[in-house]
Structure formats: structure tokens, C-alpha cells
Design a protein around this ligand. Structure first.
Ligand SMILES: Nc1ncnc2c1ncn2[C@@H]1O[C@H](COP(=O)(O)OP(=O)(O)OP(=O)(O)O)[C@@H](O)[C@H]1O
Ligand SMILES: [Mg+2]
Length: 370
């Protein structure tokens, strides 16, 4: 039994299906992220777990108990929102102590517990200050302290770092993770930022237009995306589909774009139609042909120097767009728009999956083979 179980949950707002038959779990003490682009149903899912929104269909269980019909105040859940939602006219101590006051904890004990939790989020000596005197990162620690002070079973966070600037956001990732580990609290964390989800989570659930596209460890999601949506949302990839052919003892994928790949020897590649996801950073680029396996020509369209990497946007003979990323500085001057280059990929780096077909909704495939 998992600690939090979201089972076949659907939420409809009139004609809009915000969440569509979503199932995922979080184990005791686990950090699970809900990851996906804007509007995919992350907040709605979180609000249903909190009891702030009722599912149209499906069930939510916490610690094995069905809480689907239980109101928010009867679920022991701490919540942190994007905009701290602190009371501006109350002191930090009153803010953090609020959930205890609601639960009838006497003032003296309240003060003690507030001081202790502020210590644990590394924010001592601010009890009597106004939240408005604190920085964004400090305010978010206050919000976290308020969510944790009553020792809830589960912590829910909705994009808690998105209002912070980049440097602070990256520092706070580490800090939120440290606090989560120290409190050993089952956590469900909403973000649209892949790096954030990967850096912090034990497991990630990727949402695509209200559907669960995939749940797994960051490594599994990166190495074996199960849908085109996941492959494209997690990092940059080019998707090429084609027909499998056996020739001279080799298994080949003849893609519709005209490029042929030698597939790794692996079971599960029996379908006639398959798809390869080419990770931008796994592709190599060179002005000359080396005759290597899985090498193909492309034409440079544009080059983007980004500091830590350079992106090369290329086109294949049939016009299909392809992106290659090289780490660090590469001799930019070596390529001009219109130049022919040779792109290679190690067969071991090919992510091969069943062809999702012409279906633009990217329905999940049952199996993928890396
Ligand atoms: N109260 C509501 N009434 C009507 N539609 C809603 C309501 N709440 C959410 N929606 C719709 O449901 C869908 C999912 O919204 P949700 O807020 O869960 O997305 P999200 O993944 O959190 O997006 P974001 O990253 O922008 O916060 C959207 O199409 C949204 O417009
Ligand atoms: Mg949201």
C-alpha cells in the first residue's frame, strides 16, 4: 500500500476536462513531482489531494483510507503555494502558529513549537518580524514552516520557487529537499520546470493535457520516454518514425524522413513501425563524413550559442527539422547556414519505442526499449 494513492481521478469544470483518469502514487517519505506544461492539470490534481476540489470521478486514499469525500480541514495536509500567501499584518510567529491556533493549541506551547520549526527551516530570530520585511526566499521558508508546524501526514507544494530569481531558486531547491528529508514527510511537488523536478524528486509523474504520460524515476523518464510528448518535454529531441527491416543480419529502421538507423540488438522491437527519439546532446556533428554507422547528412539552418552549449538547428533532405546540441564552445565559424554536416548517434544512445502512429494526441505506448 502506498502512502498517497490517486486512482483514476478525473476533474471536469463544465466542458473542460482538467484532469483525465490520472493514477499515481507516493510512498511513505517519498518526494514525487507532478511535472508538465501550463494548463496540464497539475494544480487541479494537487487541490484534489488537499480536498480543496472534489474529483468528478475516481478516488484518493491517504494511508490506505479513502479521503475522497473528506473536506480539506479533516485531512492532515500541509500546503505551500507559489505566492507565499502569508498574512501581511500578522507577525512571522503568528503566521507560522496559525494552523496550531486553529487546532486549539494553547499560546505558550504554540510559541515553543513555532520557534522550533523556524529553527528547523533555518530561520531563527524572525518570529516578531513582519513577513513583508523578509526576502522572497525567507518568506517561502516561513510558508514551509507554517505548512509543517502541525506535523501533517503529507506536504503539498505548488510551484513554490517560481517567484524567486534563478540563483535563489537553485539554492532553495537544495534547501527544500533538505527540509523534506529531515521531516521525512511524503511530499507531492508541482512544477513545470524539468530540471527542478529531476533535481529534487525520487519519482516524477509527467502530465500531458490532463493525462498521466509517465511516472518513474528521473533516470527512467529521461532514458526511456514512453510517449513523444515526454521525449520532447524532457530535454530536446527529434522524433523520427519508420519501418523496421532486416537486412544482412542487421535490424534497420528506415525512417520516413529518409534516414536509416541500425537498431540496437534488443528484444521487443518486433513491430513493423517504430520510432526513434534522438536526444540533441547525444548527437554528434562534423563537417566530414566518417562513414560511421548511423551517420546521416543534414543542412545547417541556424546556430544558437548558449554558453554551456551550442544548438545547431538542421534540416534533413525531406525538410524534417533536427536539433543537435554540443557542450561548451564549438567552432561556431565552422558552420554557416546552408552548410552540409554529418550527424551521428551511437546505436546505444538511440531511444527506440513503438510508433505512436499518426495520433497527434501522443497516446502512451506500452513499452519502450532504450
Ligand atoms: N476553477 C476552474 N474552472 C474552470 N476551469 C478550470 C478551473 N481550474 C482550472 N481550470 C482549467 O483546467 C485546466 C488545468 O488547470 P490547472 O490550473 O490544473 O493547470 P496547471 O497545470 O496547474 O497550469 P499552470 O502551470 O499554468 O499553473 C486548465 O485548462 C484550466 O483553465
Ligand atoms: Mg498551476
Amino acid at each position: 500500500m502506498s502512502h498517497v494513492e490517486v486512482e483514476h481521478v478525473t476533474k471536469q469544470f463544465g466542458d473542460v476536462t482538467a484532469v483525465d483518469d490520472v493514477t499515481f502514487t507516493a510512498e511513505e517519505g517519498e518526494f514525487v513531482s507532478l511535472l508538465g506544461p501550463s494548463g496540464c492539470g497539475k494544480t487541479t490534481t494537487l487541490r484534489m489531494i488537499a480536498g480543496l476540489e472534489m474529483p468528478t470521478e475516481g478516488a484518493i486514499r491517504i494511508g490506505g483510507e479513502d479521503v475522497t469525500d473528506r473536506p480539506a480541514y479533516e485531512r492532515e495536509i500541509g500546503m505551500v503555494f507559489q505566492h507565499y500567501a502569508l498574512f501581511p499584518h500578522k507577525s512571522v510567529g503568528e503566521n507560522v502558529g496559525f494552523p496550531l491556533k486553529m487546532r486549539g493549541v494553547p499560546a505558550a506551547e504554540r510559541r515553543e513549537r513555532v520557534a522550533e520549526v523556524l529553527e528547523r527551516v533555518r530561520l531563527p530570530d524572525v518570529m516578531d518580524r513582519s513577513p513583508e520585511e523578509l526576502s522572497g526566499g525567507q518568506q517561502q521558508r516561513v510558508a514551509l514552516a507554517r505548512a509543517l508546524v502541525f506535523e501533517p501526514d503529507v506536504l503539498l507544494m505548488d510551484e513554490p520557487l517560481s517567484a524567486l530569481d534563478r540563483v535563489l531558486r537553485e539554492q532553495m531547491r537544495v534547501e527544500v529537499q533538505r527540509i523534506q528529508r529531515e521531516f521525512d514527510i511524503t511530499t507531492i511537488y508541482v512544477t513545470h520546470d524539468q530540471a527542478e523536478a529531476f533535481a529534487m524528486s525520487d519519482r516524477v509523474a509527467v502530465l500531458d493535457e490532463g493525462h498521466l504520460a509517465q511516472q518513474g524515476r528521473p533516470l527512467d523518464i529521461y532514458e526511456s520516454p514512453q510517449t513523444k510528448f515526454v521525449a520532447n518535454f524532457i530535454g530536446e529531441s527529434t522524433t523520427l518514425s519508420g519501418t523496421v527491416a532486416d537486412r544482412d543480419g542487421k535490424r534497420l529502421l528506415e525512417t520516413d524522413a529518409g534516414v536509416t538507423f541500425e537498431l540496437p540488438a534488443a528484444p521487443g522491437l518486433a513491430d513493423d513501425r517504430m520510432t526513434v527519439y534522438l536526444r540533441a546532446e547525444k548527437l554528434g556533428i562534423s563537417p566530414d563524413s566518417s562513414g560511421a554507422t548511423n551517420e546521416f547528412p543534414a543542412t545547417i539552418a541556424t546556430t544558437n550559442y548558449l554558453g554551456e552549449k551550442t544548438q545547431f538547428f538542421c534540416t534533413l533532405a525531406d525538410g524534417t527539422e533536427l536539433v543537435v546540441a554540443e557542450q561548451g564552445f564549438t567552432a561556431l565559424d565552422a558552420y554557416d547556414a546552408g552548410d552540409t554536416v554529418y550527424v551521428t548517434i551511437d546505436p546505444a544512445d538511440l531511444v527506440v519505442a513503438r510508433d505512436p502512429g499518426q495520433d497527434e494526441s501522443n497516446t502512451a505506448v506500452d513499452e519502450s526499449v532504450a
